[in-house]
Design a protein. Structure first.
Length: 98
């Protein structure tokens, strides 16, 4: 019952959609900062590198939150709950104790 409550009452879809949109559309707004960095340092590659790293970090944080939020994806996380395996163990224990 507790697992059903966790699955049903996790972060609402609208908030997750906003976070996905935010992490996708936010890096272009930092473009003037990255351009200024490239001009100050004198290297376009450093400005582009920081832009790419920022986008990757934001998306990695979002993916990490999504993986930690859903306990029913055992094939993705080490601490997930594999429902099929739990049922097999439960049925095996019932057969042995019967």
């Amino acid at each position: 019952e507790n697992l059903r409550m966790i699955k049903s009452y996790r972060t609402p879809q609208t908030l997750r959609s906003f976070a996905r949109l935010f992490t996708t559309l936010l890096p272009p707004f930092f473009a003037p900062t990255f351009a200024e960095l490239a001009i100050n340092v004198g290297s376009m590659a450093i400005g582009i590198t920081f832009a790419v790293i920022t986008a990757l970090c934001l998306n990695a944080l979002l993916e990490g939150v999504e993986i930690l939020e859903d306990p029913f994806v055992a094939f993705v996380t080490l601490d997930g709950i594999d429902v099929r395996e739990e049922f097999e163990v439960l049925h095996w224990q019932q057969l042995v104790n019967a």
